[in-house]
Design a binder for this molecule. Structure first.
Ligand SMILES: [Zn+2]
Length: 568
């Protein structure tokens, strides 16, 4: 007992000693954000550590992490011996981040990090230059009042169409800036090639693309608005935003902190859109990190994740240097297998928004020298486009009310396959849904409040192809939108062997329309009968229907009546 307390005190002293040395040697302003490494005996220690400090990377038993002073002291008190490391945001000079002559006359050569104001101007200029396909979508403002914005790029850009929504966001960790400039480059690439490159035109015409290059502007511009020099991981309150989301396993506040302004804005942004797929970009590693991060369970669509991950990384291998994305399972990893985190936005978006969002670590060096930015574009841009293409594969279609034709918000669930909220919902006003799937044969169940659920079996999916499946759902009261709808006991005998007699509730009309629906909402029988001679009943043969319960609908002029029949 005595020994372990003493050991902890020695460790704390070592850590604090290290910190004070570091502080003395560090000339630049710092935020109190400490970057350090230490060793663990077992990966299970990470489950606890991730709630105290912000783990950045784990290689074998070596952990690199960030912490504010409080978190740092806590883990020192736990007995970990820490090495303070130089902060990644301070390693380069301002000139290496913005070399004289970069931009080469045109500011959009993407070979430097823009100032904060240049960044904002670029975003609004894109929308002004391409108003038919690009608008600025405000997400919110940071703790210090900087703008957090996305661009929406699509045809009919002001409308929500029957198209999947895709979302790229970068640099939630403010000192991981490669994705920041690559996203600006990608925006420029999409806009300037629209109407020129058929592939880009089709992508913009069939997808609602949202791109937010800078998710944590206070972190990135911690050193001032004129340079990314001094960039910090955390937001202005010293909080890791990628540990600040509700967590499927660990509850609403896994990091013990209130939701930050940035987190609240991004949660509202997810609520007001309907993202199907996306990525959030990081640095400090090179790996496609797919769900889940919080627990060891595999995602329902684990095979799909591995497929799109392989596609991303295998393409990178064709254009990057030999050692790029070379670690892990050839550049991809299940998040939990690398190291567990709680409160990450990847798991939040997957679990609560059915958004297939991946964590993409695209450069081992967090704050890449500006001279490398065009190289990293070259390594990645084809993969960035391939990954966006994937949002239009799988199964997609529009769900409508079978009576009115109105688009519906409905749920699409694959029994026996879906788990942990992996079902998707259709969106309004279009009724459009998209279910991304690895190739195979699936049964999709469509349901919506007030409608008969409907299951479509043997839906065939092929990788990199689209299966279109439009669905009509039958209202529970099939005639609720028509006047004078009544339940009327009209079927005799019931149960029946197939020969039935329908008692007509009124006479004197010219036509009677009879239809039968199966209990999953499929129209299975329909006929029109002449009843103009005033008869009180009609006879029907529905003996070719398989045994089961059916809904019978009789329409006489403007009135409709429903009953149920059991076929033996
Ligand atoms: Zn990161």
């Amino acid at each position: 007992m005595m020994k372990s307390v003493l050991g902890s005190l020695v460790a704390l002293w070592l850590c604090l000693q290290g910190f004070s040395l570091y502080s003395q040697n560090q000339q630049s302003q710092h935020s109190g954000e400490i970057y350090f490494s230490f060793e663990i005996a077992s990966p299970f220690e990470l489950e606890t550590l991730t709630r105290i400090i912000s783990i950045d990377n784990v290689t074998g038993n070596l952990v690199r992490a960030y912490a504010n002073m409080v978190g740092f002291q806590k883990i020192a008190e736990m007995g970990y011996v820490c090495d303070i490391l130089a902060h990644p945001g301070d390693l380069l000079t301002k000139e290496q981040l913005r070399p004289p002559g970069s931009g080469k006359g045109s500011l959009t050569n993407w070979d430097y990090y823009p100032t904060y104001q240049e960044y904002i101007d670029f975003m609004y200029d894109f929308a002004a230059t391409y108003p038919d396909i690009c608008i600025v979508v405000p997400i919110g403002t940071s703790v210090l009042g900087r703008e957090i914005i996305a661009l929406k790029i699509s045809d009919n850009v002001n409308d929500s169409e029957a198209e999947p929504e895709f979302f790229y966001t970068s640099s939630i960790h403010g000192d991981e800036t490669t994705g920041y400039v690559l996203m600006l480059h990608l925006i420029d690439h999409l806009l300037s090639n629209y109407g020129i490159d058929p592939r880009i035109s089709e992508m913009v015409n069939t997808t609602e693309i949202f791109i937010n290059p800078l998710a944590n502007p206070d972190g990135t511009y911690w050193g001032g608005n004129n340079s990314v020099y001094g960039a910090r991981r955390f937001n202005a309150n010293g909080i890791d935003l990628n540990r600040n989301y509700p967590d499927p396993e660990d509850g609403p506040h896994p990091d013990g902190n209130a939701w930050q302004a940035e987190t609240i804005h991004f949660m509202a942004f997810a609520d007001s859109n309907h993202f199907v797929m996306g990525a959030n970009f990081h640095g400090g590693a090179e790996v496609f990190n797919y769900p889940w991060d919080t627990w060891a369970k595999l995602a329902a669509d684990d095979l799909w994740w591995q497929f799109v991950g392989r596609e991303y990384v295998d393409t990178v291998y064709l254009y990057g240097p030999w050692n790029y994305f070379s670690g892990f399972n050839n550049g991809i990893t299940n998040g939990y297998q690398w190291y567990t985190i709680s409160g990450g936005r990847q798991d939040f978006m997957n679990y609560w928004h059915a958004d297939r969002e991946v964590t993409l670590e695209i450069s081992d060096i967090k704050l890449l020298p500006a001279s490398q930015l065009l190289n990293y574009w070259e390594y990645n841009y084809r993969s960035l486009l391939n990954y966006m293409d994937e949002v239009n594969y799988g199964v997609q279609g529009v769900i409508t009310d079978s009576v009115t034709g109105e688009p519906l918000q409905a749920r699409i669930l694959i029994p026996g396959h879906d788990s942990d909220n992996s079902y998707v919902d259709s969106k309004l006003p279009s009724g459009f849904y998209s279910r991304l799937l690895y190739e195979g044969t699936y049964g999709l169940r469509f349901s919506s409040t007030g409608y008969f659920p409907k299951t479509v079996y043997n839906v065939s999916v092929t990788n990199r192809e689209t299966t279109y499946l439009d669905i009509e759902l039958v209202p529970l009261n099939v005639a609720q939108n028509e006047p004078r709808t009544e339940r009327f006991s009209m079927v005799y005998p019931n149960p029946s062997d197939g020969e039935i007699e329908l008692t007509l509730p009124e006479t004197g009309r010219f036509k009677a329309n009879v239809s039968c629906f199966s209990m999953n909402g499929n129209l299975v029988f329909s006929t029109e009968l002449d009843v103009s001679d005033g008869q009180a009943a009609v006879r029907l043969d529905i003996g070719n229907l398989s045994a089961g319960l059916y809904l019978v609908r009789l329409v006489l002029g403007n009135s409709s009546y429903t009953d149920r029949v059991v076929i033996r």
